[in-house]
Design a protein around this ligand. Structure first.
Ligand code: F6P
Length: 465
């Protein structure tokens, strides 16, 4: 990047994944999408990452402490009180913004008190960050937890560049406008220099909301509101393709090695990897498996779905209900088709490391990435990166950002479980030449648009903004 300053990332949480110093140890820790796309950049470029330390019961220190300094990366953490975690994270971020941005308005909660806490936590992040910033730093704010952070930094006198990237979808304006704070949130975006969205579609939706709600003028990649302007653009997140290729090929024993070694030759492996979230379509995926086994009795005993559903936001009622729904459905399907020597579905409610996942991806005959709505979904790209000469097939929801560039996947509407069941059957019976042709085309996209490329393209656009 142009200047002498550092790149300073700010997200809701700091990633624990930087604490171990060796690459091997880091690869053995589970990470989510946001961390897996930012980590490769920070590991090569260095810089600072600030966020909440993830605890909700500690002493609240108004000044953040640098908790770790690992190979040129400084991690600074903000502590939050129990009430702040509840109002800011549990309620406003995860029960208001999350369902609205994923177009599930019926699941959204609206509380002015939680909005007040959201704003005050953003003020605390800004004060904490101001104390650490140096002239020339490039500040890059991530995700919906921190929309007003740019505004709060400007109030404190920061005049340097600030970019914002939204990792989740941007909803249609009629859904966005349901929120009583829609205008205020949109107006706060004008304190950034650049706003990044995952896809051209979400960029279009943002522009629509800016026009409808604020009466902002849109001119190409510039939005104007009163006397202020902000650049907007789409920057699709990529995977760390090279790392996944290496991990998939490595013979390092992992938590899944024994399972893979013992898989019978006449057994095909289906794989699902998600946080346990109602947006991920896991329940609908199970319904598709039931349909598949009803339609094709010859597959019974010969196909197994390994569904990794890492627990997420577990104290939130919508998430607890989703877990109950999933467990009871899986119990019913396993009871209906299972035998003493075979169960159709294995659900694993715990996170797995990238190393474990790469080996599962490599061996899977098909990966089922079927969210009801998802900003991008890096599992789709990581699966493609991990394939070898006998590639598996990607079954992909048309409602995630990844669908915009992955035409060679088998595309499905995840609400239609009969269509999904047919696509899974097609994947399981697809001849090798077709699998190879599809995979090559997908691999070209995944290896040509990596996590590194994404970081550089956003940061150079921010530098120029
Ligand atoms: O991708 C959306 C996101 O909310 C990220 O901001 C976050 O890192 C990830 O999902 C996991 O969510 P949480 O931190 O709430 O567990």
């Amino acid at each position: 990047m142009g200047g002498e300053g550092r790149v300073v990332l700010v997200s809701n949480r700091t990633p624990a994944v930087f604490t171990p110093s060796s690459v091997e140890e880091r690869r053995n820790l589970p990470v989510g999408g946001l961390v897996s796309c930012l980590r490769p950049f920070l590991e090569t470029q260095g810089g600072m990452w600030m966020g909440w330390d993830g605890n909700s019961d500690g002493y609240v220190d108004p000044v953040p402490t640098t908790v770790a300094d690992v190979e040129g990366i400084s991690l600074a953490s903000v502590s939050l009180s129990r009430d702040e975690v509840e109002g800011f994270y549990n309620v406003f971020a995860n029960r208001t913004l999350w369902p609205i941005f994923h177009s599930f308005p019926d699941k959204a909660t609206f509380s002015h008190d939680s909005y007040r806490v959201y704003r005050s936590v953003n003020r605390r992040y800004a004060a904490a960050l101001m104390a650490l910033l140096r002239p020339g730093d490039l500040v890059w704010v991530h995700d919906f937890h921190l929309f007003p952070l740019g505004l709060e930094l400007r109030k404190l006198g920061w005049t340097g560049k600030i970019g914002f990237f939204l990792h989740i979808p941007f909803p249609p304006s009629e859904i966005f406008g349901i929120m009583p704070w829609a205008r205020e949130l949109l107006a706060s975006l004008f304190d950034y220099d650049l706003i990044g969205l995952q896809t051209p579609k979400y960029l279009h939706e943002l522009k629509e909301s800016l026009g409808h709600e604020l009466g902002a003028e849109i001119d190409g990649d510039t939005a104007r509101h009163r006397d202020r302007t902000v650049k907007v653009g789409s920057f699709p997140v990529g995977a760390d393709a090279q790392a996944f290729q290496e991990m998939a090929l490595s013979q390092v024993p992992s938590r899944v090695s024994r399972f893979l070694e013992e898989l019978p030759n006449d057994r095909q492996l289906l794989l699902g990897v998600d946080r346990l979230d109602y947006t991920k379509g896991i329940v609908q995926r199970m319904q598709a498996i039931e349909q598949l086994l009803d339609d094709h009795p010859e597959l019974r005993g010969h196909v197994t779905l390994v569904q990794i559903s890492a627990p997420s936001r577990v104290t939130i009622p919508e998430y607890a209900r989703e877990r109950e729904r999933l467990d009871s459905l899986v119990g019913r399907i396993n009871g209906k088709f299972g035998e003493v020597h075979w169960l159709p579905i294995h659900t694993l409610h715990r996170p797995y490391s990238q190393q474990d996942l790469a080996q599962l991806y490599r061996e899977a005959d098909a990966c089922l990435v079927t969210p009801l709505r998802d900003g991008m979904n890096l599992v789709a790209k990581e699966f493609v990166a991990s394939q070898t000469s006998d590639p598996g097939v990607l079954v992909l929801s048309r409602f995630c950002g990844a669908a915009e560039s992955m035409d060679d996947a088998l595309m499905v509407n995840p609400y239609d479980f009969q269509e999904t069941a047919s696509a899974i059957y097609r994947a399981l019976t697809m001849p090798r030449p077709e699998r190879q042709r599809r995979w090559k085309a997908l691999f070209e996209d995944v290896s040509g648009h990596t996590a590194h490329d994404w970081c550089y393209s956003f940061l150079s656009a921010l530098d120029d903004a």
